[in-house]
Design a protein around this ligand. Sequence first.
Ligand code: PLP
Length: 422
Amino acid sequence: MIPHPALTGADPELAALVGAEERRQFDTMKLIASENYVSAAVLEAAGTVLTNKYSEGYPGKRYYEGQQVIDQVETLAIERAKSVFGVEHANVQPYSGSPANLAVYLAFAKPGDTVLGLGLPMGGHLTHGWPVSATGAWFNAVHYGVGRETGRVDLDEVRDLARRHRPKLIFCGGTAVPRTVDFPAFAEIAREVGAVLVADVAHIAGLIAGGAHPSPVGHADVITTTTHKTLRGPRGAMILTSAEHAKAVDKAVFPGLQGGPHNSTTAGIAVALREASTPEFRTYAQGVVANAQALGAALASRGFDLVSGGTDNHLLLVDLTSKDIAGKPAAKALDRAGIELNFNTVPYDTRKPFDPSGLRIGTAAITTRGLGTQHMEGLAGWIDDALSAARKDDEAALDGIAGEVRSLLAGFPMPGLGELPA
Ligand SMILES: *Cc1c(COP(=O)(O)O)cnc(C)c1O
């Protein structure tokens, strides 16, 4: 464990929980596609006295005094975001990905307007107008899907829906999309119908920064992203635009939607963006994709059905229908086997959303941990074996796999934590 002396002294109960989570993360194969391990530097930056400061407004235009340092911190984060992604304007204040998307609605649409996005069961995000989200309640949302056979976004359907419904906003990107997002094609459709194109790159921002996925810059009018998925920063978000949309976006974030920004998070984002601009990060981004493709191939050779047949990015969507187990019991068994992921709907799922047919797997975190393509065959074997054990309710076999996972991971220090004693 890393020492937390002040916390341990002041609140041993909470300190013990932090220690337990450190241990759990160290011992577990983290395949949750939206998660990662931040560096020790990001962790330190995000845990500073910057959290004590209120700074409503933007650098140079604040509503509280004492911004001599905070203005420089936020400016650093903004300038690094602009440089990493090659954009004219960056807002680094959204509290997370969902508020960032809500700010985009506020900036470019009115309640009741029509918006077009990828449906949730097809891999889209709640905030792309799904009914249970505020965005679905307040806007007239229309959804496109993926082809039943191809598992890929059907751009002809997108064009047809756009022509028919004339949406104000079109969202591209999603939360369970294993294939490259065709930003130029979406831009052409948006231009034809006069819609604002929003590229939500929450999952793939790190791949874009590292050159492992095409960039939406020059195609999308607005880009939203979280900072904590493949980008490997603290939990937060950014909105990236051309200078033309800067004012509308900034006004929507503050005062439209939020109060004071979380300055300690902004500091962590600045550090993560500096890391994302290095040659090492480019190597990391390529490694994430190579691992996902290797794991996909290893799973496919064991008879697993991959939605779209494979992946172009960090993410695999597995349809377990042919494996005679549903997603939820599979995910529970894998968790017991030390392999952490989430159950997920697959396109055209015949099961219910809380008990769907699929698993979502991502390689962003294990690549950070140092695992390479040579480890993916073994990992696929553990996944396959754990599902066989689950079908037989063989808990001892699951515990055995967890032990093997633990001993492999013991050789891979966890960023921010270093080596834990066995
Ligand atoms: C994760 C994600 C979000 C939302 O991020 P939160 O930080 O969880 O609010 C938005 N859009 C997409 C596509 C995502 O994957």
